[in-house]
Design a protein around this ligand. Structure first.
Ligand code: CP
Ligand code: NVA
Length: 292
């Protein structure tokens, strides 16, 4: 049975198929999900992920059901086992955003049908797929690129680092705080195309095709990391080091003035709206992959 809890649930063929299906379904409707009921559970806030799944499911002729996490009996005394086994009686697929990846693993243990991770504390596979799709749209290929990630180490970065295995010779240079690195170094697998830096290195940044960032403090974080990470803000000083064709990416929502300056996110190198639009395109690719 197919699931998308982490990028590592995909092999190269799956990944290539999702890209192909996303291409085919861009601006298209197709009756792939007729009579399929898909539960959407969002334990945390969402704008893009929830809406892109809702619209994508509509365009593929399926039904989505918004399951309000806080209203489930799971929040009283019912177990994960009973909750998710019961959900299998009604639903064909589940899209689940949760505070703790362990809850996703539990849901997966008891829900007898496919689950898509709509973001956990450790991973955001739908975002990584969509972001690589946006890079391909922009540069014509996901291979031979230099990606610079600035700031926090979080779910979006961990999935990106996993997804790099589907590219050829694309490198990720991560600029972050050393203490944050120490806390997070076991949350991903290092390989020769991934490097970490704890101080700004202008020569590496100058070679970037893409500068990417995300909020310094994620929904799950208990501590504010603003002070630790402020030196990694993406601003004009950083973007001006890169060449004319480089782009700025951010999964959104952004905290403007924190991880990115307003002139960069609103500037001509920013492709954040293309990224947001491609969430819908990629969700349809993922849903088709899941349903065939
Ligand atoms: N990028 C992303 O997942 O956005 P939402 O939190 O709005 O879904
Ligand atoms: N890292 C962010 C991503 C939001 C889409 C968070 O988890 O809050």
């Amino acid at each position: 049975m197919k699931n998308l809890l982490n990028i590592s649930d995909l092999n190269q063929n799956d990944f290539d198929n999702i890209f192909q299906f996303a291409d085919d379904l861009d601006n298209q409707t197709e009756k792939i999900l007729t009579n399929k009921n898909i539960g959407l559970i969002f334990e945390k806030n969402s704008t893009r992920t929830r809406l892109s799944f809702q619209v994508g499911i509509n365009q593929l002729d399926g039904n989505y059901i918004d399951v309000r996490f806080e209203e489930l009996n799971l929040n009283r005394f019912e177990s994960y086992e009973d909750t998710f086994e019961v959900m299998s009686c009604y639903l064909d697929y589940l899209v689940f955003r949760t505070t703790d990846h362990k809850k996703l693993d539990l849901a997966n243990k008891f829900f007898k049908k496919p689950i898509i991770n709509a973001l956990s504390d450790l991973s955001h596979p739908c975002q990584a797929i969509s972001d690589l799709y946006t890079l391909k749209e922009n540069f014509g290929s996901i291979n031979n690129l230099n990606i610079v990630w600035m700031g926090d180490m979080n779910n979006v970065l961990f999935s990106l680092l996993e997804a790099i295995s589907f590219t050829n010779n694309t490198k990720v240079d991560v600029f972050t705080d050393e203490a944050i690195y120490s806390l997070n170094k076991d949350n991903f697998n290092l390989n020769k195309n991934i490097n970490f830096h704890f101080n700004i290195n202008k020569e590496i940044i100058a070679k970037a095709n893409c500068i990417m960032t995300d909020v310094f403090t994620s929904m799950n974080d208990k501590e504010d990391k603003e002070n630790l990470l402020s030196k990694f803000q993406v601003n004009e000083d950083i973007m001006s080091l890169t060449d004319k064709k480089s782009v700025f990416m951010h999964c959104l929502p952004a905290k403007i003035g924190s991880e990115v300056s307003e002139d960069v996110i609103k500037g001509e190198k920013s492709i954040v709206l293309a990224q947001a639009r491609n969430r819908l395109v990629a969700q349809k690719g993922i849903l088709k992959w899941l349903s065939i």
